[in-house]
Design a protein around this ligand. Structure first.
Ligand SMILES: [Zn+2]
Length: 639
């Protein structure tokens, strides 16, 4: 499929829409940039010159003059948590706010709430507050919240998810008094007399009464909020990591009812995977006109660096800070409970013990035709997983010649293990924003040597021949791919150049690599590189019209790197349908010289869009046979 070579036959396809005069990044093998594309029936009919695209113009074709605007393939978030991200959007958002603004936001929510209704929120960061008055132990108190919400229980999660701030109403409901016992893996912040202040760190948060479960309506609203936000950032495809059966079945219902359109590759929580192993391919692949595929499992093999739960071979470098016992190495979160040779229970098994448990679960998945994605942050978790891949690959079933095991985060592998990714064909699925948000913490946790050798070393992994699938891990980070591109290219955090500058800049990606990591490489990591991830003839028509900052820059490849995060989506298109348009965008709202030059007067895009949408709906409610699509999924060999 070489853009520029294809020519329509006389009675060939007519495009629903033709886009001309663009600066279109195809992100094909040659990283070619072209000026035009023709879209029909949800796919790219042609990609190349204005003249080529013009050949696809029929009586009902909309002609859109891009006026030199940049177009990227639809951006792909290779690791996020769809429903959790949506839930976070429904809560009070305190991120980036000063103390007074945080309290005002809680008050606004409390003023609207029914009596007794919970006020939930996230994103506060007291380190950003200029007004530090009233903090106890460096953290905010229940008394502050009581002033704005005395009657409704308030629970606010810190930006990193590792501390909870609540009001006195919730302390009372939870029975929290000065006699409350301490918690092993967490901290109840207290006044000198022992009374809890209202802030709970790590596992101590669990002593609070749990928030009421979401209603079905709220859970659906969360999914829709997630989709809307993702489209507005320019994402057209996402890998949803680790959802269980309840979420998956809800999402299927929502697709069937036309409420979801985003393309989701579903990685099932391993606990619920067996249900899906038993299903025929027609029940789980390319459902709802190729919007939803259940084709992978997610295993969580250790914790996170921030809470010192990631599993390492050698102790953390900052035990004292976290009050962990001496020699603390974290622990695996999969395969337990483990026992030592005497049969006594242990928190930390040998790597071999963890590998054996992984092999068991991974073998079952591969046998059922599922891809395996395993969360590995510490070097021990990574080593055990790579060992497991090696074992499983020695005895692959016939249909699984190309299993594409994924290492989610690959955040701190041992130097010796970096070289194993390529030969084992393990795909590092990394989140550029994590690295830049952790610059102040990472090295103190694991020390200099481990940081240099394994700290988000995507440059080293690329140089060893790997591709990187990039993502946000939303709701951990905002699924803003422009921040992702910026982070991958600069390794500078959101506070900018003045905060220590780039973090190990020798590990930066090039701009081309960064864009590939959010498009074609992410598609490859999900077995979709032949159907998505680039703008090429025959692929699904997913793309984003890019907006540049007001700096006068119009070229991603040459603009100042420090401004990449200011880029945005002006228009997001999935399967030929415009699903997001920036407010006030005039691109498609007026007649243009380019359209006239291309031979047809401008017609409203919505004509084409609504027709594509109608086509989609008319056949979207039944699963299509995988064999009829141009994807490269390896599992159809099972059929
Ligand atoms: Zn995650």
């Amino acid at each position: 499929m070489t853009p520029g070579k294809a020519r329509p036959v006389a009675a060939g396809p007519r495009a629903d829409a033709v886009y001309v005069n663009g600066d279109i990044y195809t992100v094909d093998e040659q990283f070619r940039r072209v000026s035009a594309m023709a879209v029909g029936d949800g796919r790219f009919l042609a990609v190349g010159s204005n003249a080529l695209a013009k050949e696809f113009i029929g009586r009902n074709t909309a002609i859109i003059d891009l006026k030199g605007r940049t177009v990227f393939p639809g951006l792909w978030d290779a690791h996020l948590h769809f429903s959790w991200y949506g839930e976070s959007l429904l809560r009070v958002d305190l991120s980036g706010l000063e103390k007074s603004a945080c309290l005002a936001a809680v008050k606004a929510a409390a003023d609207k709430a029914e009596p007794g209704q919970w006020i939930q929120g996230n994103g506060w960061n007291q380190a950003l507050w200029t007004d530090q008055s009233g903090l106890v132990g460096g953290l905010p108190t229940a008394a502050m919240l009581d002033g704005v919400s005395p009657d409704n229980p308030v629970v606010m999660e810190r930006t990193d998810g590792h501390a909870t701030w609540c009001n006195t109403r919730l302390l009372t409901i939870s029975g929290m008094t000065k006699d409350a016992p301490d918690v092993a893996e967490g901290l109840i912040v207290r006044y000198p007399d022992g009374t809890p202040t209202g802030c709970f760190v790590d596992a101590a948060s669990n002593v609070l009464t749990s928030t009421p479960p979401m209603t079905e309506q709220d859970a659906r609203s969360a999914c829709q909020a997630a989709q809307q936000a993702l489209f507005a950032y320019g994402n057209t495809c996402v890998c949803d990591m680790g959802s269980g059966q309840a979420v998956i079945e809800r999402m299927k219902d929502m697709y069937a009812e036309g409420q979801l359109k985003i393309r989701v590759q579903q990685y099932v929580d391993v606990q619920d995977a067996a249900t899906y192993y038993a299903q025929p391919l027609s029940a789980r692949l390319r459902l709802f006109d190729d919007r939803y595929t259940v084709n992978g499992i997610k295993i969580l093999n250790d914790g996170a660096m921030g809470s010192a739960g990631a599993w390492f071979m050698e102790p953390y470098s900052d035990n004292a800070l976290f009050g962990r016992p001496p020699g603390w190495v974290g622990f695996p979160t999969f395969g337990g409970p483990y026992h030592d040779a005497d049969g006594d229970p242990v928190l930390v098994p040998t790597i071999r013990q963890n590998t054996e448990k992984l092999v068991e679960a991974m073998g079952a998945a591969v046998k059922a035709g599922f891809q395996v994605a395993v969360h590995c942050i510490g070097d021990a978790a990574n080593r055990a997983y790579l060992d497991a891949v090696q074992k499983v690959e020695q005895d692959l079933p016939q249909h699984a010649v190309d299993p594409r095991f994924r290492d989610e985060h690959a955040q701190c592998p041992d130097a010796d293990d970096l070289k194993r990714f390529k030969p084992l064909k393990v795909i590092p699925s990394m989140q550029a924003q994590h690295a830049t948000q952790e610059v102040t913490m990472y090295e103190s946790r694991v020390g200099h040597e481990r940081t240099v050798n394994g700290g988000y070393v995507w440059r080293s992994l690329i140089d060893l021949g790997n591709v990187i699938a990039d993502g946000s891990d939303a709701a951990v980070e905002v699924p803003n791919p422009w921040w992702g591109l910026f982070s991958a290219v600069t390794r500078i955090n959101k506070n900018g150049y003045d905060d220590g500058g780039p973090w190990y800049p020798e590990q930066c990606m090039t701009r081309e690599e960064a864009l590939r990591s959010f498009t074609i490489w992410a598609a490859y990591a999900a077995f979709e590189e032949r159907a998505r991830g680039s703008i090429e003839q025959g692929k699904l028509a997913d793309f984003v019209v890019v907006g540049y900052p007001d700096t006068g820059d119009t070229d991603y490849m040459t603009m100042p790197a420090g401004d990449i995060w200011r880029m945005k989506a002006d228009m997001t298109v999935v399967g030929g349908e415009t699903v997001f348009m920036a407010p006030g965008l005039s691109l498609l709202a007026s007649e243009s010289e380019g359209a006239v030059a291309a031979g047809r007067p401008y017609r409203s895009l919505s004509v084409a869009a609504s027709r594509v949408w109608a086509t989609w709906r008319s056949r979207g409610h039944t699963a299509r046979n995988a064999a009829t699509t141009s994807g490269s999924n390896w599992v159809p060999a099972l059929a």
